[in-house]
Design a protein around this ligand. Structure first.
Ligand code: SF4
Length: 316
């Protein structure tokens, strides 16, 4: 049987970032050092495949510290945690390892520095996302004003419009965030913020690659989890950049083949928490049905690496 031809564009960079890589290593090394079970507060990264794999090795995923016993180590996820969480673990004399991505920790430090200088904080982020909860939780309740959209800017009621600063979630849409920052600066000209925004290199690079790839594609798939912020943003960026059919899939079994009937070009990328094995599974599924020619769309080369915390390095 002759298979129909398909040009398969593969975005680069795609998939795992340095923060995700480090967080997974932290759980694996903690299991080696302390044995099972090791408790992990929240999914270490937003990917079911990764979480299930670590669970099989002895990690126990919980949502609150209250679910952890005092005498087993606990790891905080890559998204970061409110200050009250490590404080509670220390009070209970628990062994804990913080897998918060260093680029999220940097935002935490920024927020604290602004607060120390007497500025009230505005956070641009998604309500309820663990990273937003963690960053807002660096300061006392009610101190950080959350803004999700340009429209929200009109409703910000600061204590003093002259004494404001902003931080952002690291996994937002670069373009949407620029619009929100512009609106904030128009309404509060004295507001202080990072040089650009706090969106991390991995989010920015993956969105840039999608912008370059999407216009060439009849359809585009983003391998990632439905609760992964950066993966969902890639779908939106793909649509905005001109690919009418941009969809999120967790793995090959989720592909809606009927919706793809008649395509001759396909784009594939993956969110920062999606492992390469799932991307390969999706590529293989296309190779089973099409005569595939793979073309790379590379817009950046990444060589970022983060060290694991010292307590684990010492063991290694
Ligand atoms: S997406 Fe960015 S901030 Fe989040 S873990 Fe990866 S490098 Fe860190």
């Amino acid at each position: 049987m002759t298979l129909p031809p398909l040009t398969l564009y593969l975005a680069a960079p795609r998939g795992f970032c340095a923060g995700v890589d480090r967080a997974i290593k932290i759980v694996e090394m903690a299991l080696e050092k302390w044995g099972a079970p090791v408790f992990v507060r929240h999914e270490i990264v937003h990917n079911k495949f990764v979480v299930d794999g670590l669970r099989d090795k002895g990690a126990v995923f919980v949502e609150t510290l209250d679910e952890c016993p005092d005498d087993r180590p606990v790891i905080f996820s890559a998204h970061g945690v409110p200050k009250a969480v490590p404080a509670a673990a220390a009070k209970r004399q628990m062994v804990y390892v913080d897998a918060t991505c260093p680029l999220v920790s940097k935002v935490h430090i920024e927020a604290q520095r602004h607060a120390d200088n007497g500025l009230q904080m505005v956070m641009i982020g998604h309500a309820g996302h663990p990273e937003t909860v963690g960053t807002m939780g660096q300061l006392p309740d009610g101190e950080v004003l959350l803004v999700e959209t340009v429209a929200d800017v009109a409703n910000v009621t600061p204590r003093d419009a002259e004494r404001l600063a902003f931080v952002t979630q690291t996994t937002l849409s670069v373009d949407d965030t620029i619009d929100i920052v512009t609106a904030l600066k128009q309404r509060f000209p004295a507001i202080i913020g990072p040089h650009k925004e706090d969106i991390c290199y991995a989010t920015t690079n993956r969105q840039e690659a999608v912008k370059a790839m999407a216009p060439k594609c009849d359809a585009m798939l983003v391998v990632g989890a439905p609760n992964s912020s950066n993966s969902k943003r890639l779908v939106e960026v793909g649509t905005k950049a001109g690919c009418g059919y941009s969809q999120l899939v967790q793995r090959a079994a989720d592909i809606d083949w009927r919706a793809l009937e008649g395509i001759t070009s396909m784009g594939i990328t993956a969110g920062a928490s999606a492992p390469e094995v799932l991307i390969n599974e999706v590529i293989d599924a296309f190779k089973d049905r099409y005569d595939v020619t793979v073309e790379m769309v590379e817009t950046a080369i990444e060589n970022v690496e983060f060290k694991v915390p010292r307590v684990l390095r010492e063991t290694a």
